[in-house]
Design a protein around this ligand. Structure first.
Ligand code: NDP
Length: 449
């Protein structure tokens, strides 16, 4: 056993013992740790500085009560979180998730991944994440507003434009960011870039709405290029039908691919003519309807309810999991491979299980892991912070061009790191290593803090 492996295995044992009930967090840590073994072999000083054990412990976890009153006058209580994971290279940065499944393990896995993702963007942003087990589904706008105001009343004590800058994630889109920002401004009497994903009339950046989905497609374009391929004439599956899925679909269509399936938690739609984007946006962005309603507008499309065959059983050249964690397992990965899929790019965070990723690698499917492929959202969030500080908005084309350049750089840096550490084409290893090295150097320079 090399010194690096011995060190990494020892720290992982401690992490498991200290976080025994946090399955998602341990899954994310295991994937990263495995990649870092060769780094510790090459740089033993990071073992002496016990860098990994420090990095895997969040700098701060805030957990708080969120009381609010529903439309019937009943008092409701949810739990809020903010995990401020690492400020080694910049202020904590990462989204807020409102979903009933949210717990400390999920927020910690997301915050841990965010450290490496943010480092990969080349922007000066640290890692953080937050959210609540609040379920926005079926709530009125007034209820959403009261919840957001209560959530921000506590969160505002812990964030700031130079401290911690939250954004959206599952269940937190433009509407929620607006209510959160309004309350922050009212409490603090400050007009600063304390949240990103803001509306265009009050400090938001053009292209932020599109950035994660577009970025995942730009990343996939680089993966295809490395295989001598492009999008023309290819078919694609995109899971989810939220912010990331919609704009991945839009960019895929613009670049000549055809998205034949999208989903939500109630099931998926297959449309052999290609998903109609106007219908999808109307249903999901305006009406907040269930995906089955798509068939009312396009009767030839087929709806398969959740619990039946998964969306990954559809035959397609490309797959973009853009819904949630662990939505694509080993069996799904084998089915995709058997159906001739050549590339998978993760729009969601940790949508593929570790076993599924092993299948992709074994079958020669190009695989773009989340922390590289979906970094476009946070990258444009950092550009939103820059515009807020300068008090100067940039054009859509300017931001889009910067996003494209950032995604290309992330691909090239991850591919180069994979090659340097003897695993050409392994973008999981490449992204983890490239993201880690910058953070490690910064931590090392700043002493034991
Ligand atoms: P949205 O809330 O806009 O959409 C989420 C979509 O995923 C919905 O269609 C939702 O269906 C579906 N979904 C959520 N949970 C489940 C579940 N348990 N099972 C099946 N489907 C589910 O979120 P986003 O599009 O913003 O986020 C999607 C993913 O992308 C997340 O993993 C997020 O962390 C990641 N991401 C988002 C970024 C962003 O900029 N928004 C940036 C980087 C990553 P339903 O409505 O039925 O719940």
């Amino acid at each position: 056993m090399t010194k690096g492996r011995e060190y990494v295995a020892g720290v992982f044992e401690k992490v498991k013992a200290n976080n025994a009930h946090e399955a998602e967090f341990l899954q994310a840590v295991e994937e990263v740790f495995e990649s870092l073994v060769p780094v510790f072999d090459k740089y033993p000083k990071y073992i002496e500085e016990n860098l990994l054990e420090r990095l895997v412990e969040p700098e701060r976890i805030i957990s708080f009560r969120v009381p609010w009153v529903d439309d019937q006058g009943q008092v409701q209580v949810n739990r809020g979180y903010r995990v401020q994971f690492s400020s080694a290279i910049g202020p904590y940065k990462g989204g807020l998730r409102f979903h009933p499944s949210v717990n400390q393990s999920i927020i910690k896995f997301l915050g841990f991944e965010q450290i490496f993702k943010n480092s990969l963007t080349g922007q000066p942003i640290g890692g953080g994440k937050g959210g609540s087990n609040f379920d926005p589904k079926g709530k009125s706008d007034q209820e959403i507003m009261r919840f957001c105001q209560s959530f921000m009343t506590e969160l505002s004590k812990h964030i700031g434009a130079d401290t911690d800058v939250p954004a959206g994630d599952i269940g937190v889109g433009g509407r929620e960011i607006g209510y959160l920002y309004g309350q922050y401004k009212r409490l603090r009497n400050e007009y600063t870039g304390v949240l990103t994903g803001k509306g265009l009339t009050y400090g938001g950046s053009l292209t932020r709405t599109e950035a994660t989905g577009y970025g995942a497609v730009y990343f996939a374009e680089q993966m295809l290029k490395a295989r001598g391929e492009d999008f023309a004439g290819k078919t694609a599956i995109v899971s989810g039908s939220g912010n990331v899925a919609i704009y991945a679909t839009e960019k895929l269509h613009q670049l000549g691919a055809k998205v034949v399936a999208v989903s939500d938690s109630s099931g998926y739609i297959y449309d052999e003519n290609g998903i109609d984007l106007d219908t999808l946006k109307q249903l999901k962005e305006v009406e907040r309807a269930r995906i089955v309603k798509y068939t009312e507008h396009h009767p030839s499309a087929v709806f398969t309810p959740a619990g039946g065959p998964s969306i990954w059983t559809i035959e397609a050249d490309l797959a973009f999991p853009c819904a949630t964690q662990n939505e694509l397992n080993e069996e799904d990965a084998k089915t995709l491979a058997a159906n001739g899929c050549i590339a998978v790019a993760e729009g969601a965070n940790m949508p593929s299980t570790l076993e599924a990723i092993a299948v992709f690698h074994k079958e020669g499917i190009s695989f773009g892991p989340a922390k590289a492929a979906n970094a476009g959202g946070v990258a444009v969030s950092a550009l939103e912070m820059a515009q807020n500080s300068q008090r100067t908005p940039w054009t859509f084309e300017e931001v889009d061009a910067k996003l494209y350049g950032i995604m290309k750089d992330i691909y090239e840096n991850a591919a180069a790191a994979a090659q340097e550490f003897g695993q050409e084409g392994n973008l999981v290893l490449g992204a983890n290593v490239a993201g880690f090295l910058k953070v490690a150097e910064a931590m090392s320079a700043q002493g034991v803090v």
